[in-house]
Every structure is written in C-alpha cells, then in structure tokens.
Design a protein. Structure first.
Length: 94
C-alpha cells in the first residue's frame, strides 16, 4: 500500500480534538489494526479515540497526495468518540 493511504488513515484518526478543552492530556487514538486495500474496492475503517477529559472527539480526514480524495472518501461521526472512514482507492493509490 502506498504511503499516501497509510497517511490518510493515520491523519483521519489523529485529527480528533477534545471539545471540553480540559487539561488531562491529548486525545488518544485507539489502534487501527491491519487494513488491506484493493483498487476499486471500498475500504471501511472504524476509527476510535479517547479524550481523557470526556469530551466529544471530532474527526476529519485529508490526503493531499491522493487524487480526488474528497470524491472517493467519506468520514462519518458514529459516536462521541468514533467515526467511520470509507474510501475507494484507485490503482495509483496502492
């Protein structure tokens, strides 16, 4: 898998920020586990993070090195500390 997609998965999960503004530490990303991607097949990854202050974690994703990322990906908040990333890679991404 190309570095761009790995960066995408890490960035999507790592962009969470606590809404509480507390001081018990940064948001911590849960391990993503192994992700396999195939050109033309959707990749679905549940991303979870924990805010030690109990705040809502907000997620975002970007992948400037992947062509038409915004047209092939979505990130949906599924809980106060989780989001679902859906992405369909093309051959150039892998």
């Amino acid at each position: 898998m190309r570095l761009g997609l790995l960066t995408l998965l890490g960035a999507a999960a790592g962009c969470g920020a606590p809404s509480s503004g507390g001081d018990r530490g940064p948001v911590r990303l849960d391990p993503l586990g192994d992700v396999q991607a195939y050109a033309g097949s959707e990749v679905t990854v549940l991303i979870a993070a924990r805010d030690p202050d109990g705040g809502i974690v907000r997620f975002s994703a970007r992948a400037p090195d992947l062509a038409d990322f915004a047209g092939r990906a979505s990130l949906t908040q599924t809980a106060r500390d989780a989001a679902l990333l859906r992405f369909t890679p093309i051959a150039a991404d892998i």
